[in-house]
Design a binder for this molecule. Structure first.
Ligand code: 5GP
Ligand code: ZN
Length: 117
């Protein structure tokens, strides 16, 4: 069924507590945790508890959860006291997506170039 946990998905395992992560916030529908390979002083991933391969698929299937995810990026930025921050959804391998469970990167704590590389 759409949104069901996948046995081979790293982020489903983090949601299930089967793989450790440094969790910074949790809601009924989302989990936010430190990225294992941070690209900025603050680098938090926000994921839905449900499994969809990317944010486009998630937002088409479950727009309310996608809205929760977006709201949580702002809550993370506030909790981390970020003056400025960037939210990134890498979508597709050509854009750098490597984990096929929708996730937002919340980056901050340093100057961020625009446009990104
Ligand atoms: P993507 O490249 O798919 O947009 O982002 C995947 C992110 O997941 C990367 O920034 C990567 O560092 C992070 N990541 C990969 N494996 C793990 C892990 O086991 N734990 C945590 N906390 N982050 C991970
Ligand atoms: Zn998953």
């Amino acid at each position: 069924m759409a949104g069901e946990p996948q046995d081979d998905c790293l982020f489903c395992k983090i949601v299930a507590g089967q793989i450790p992560a440094t969790i910074v916030r949790e809601t009924e529908t989302t989990v936010a945790f430190q990225d294992i390979n941070p690209q900025a002083p603050t680098h938090v991933l926000v994921i839905p508890r449900v499994h969809y391969r990317d944010v486009a698929t998630l937002s088409a299937a479950e727009p309310a959860v996608a809205a929760d995810l977006l709201r949580e990026t702002g809550e993370v930025a506030a909790q981390e006291k970020l003056e400025s921050h960037r939210v990134v959804f890498n979508t597709g391998s050509g854009a750098g997506q490597t984990v096929w469970h929708a996730h937002a990167h919340v980056l901050g704590g340093r100057g961020l170039q625009w446009p990104p590389g």
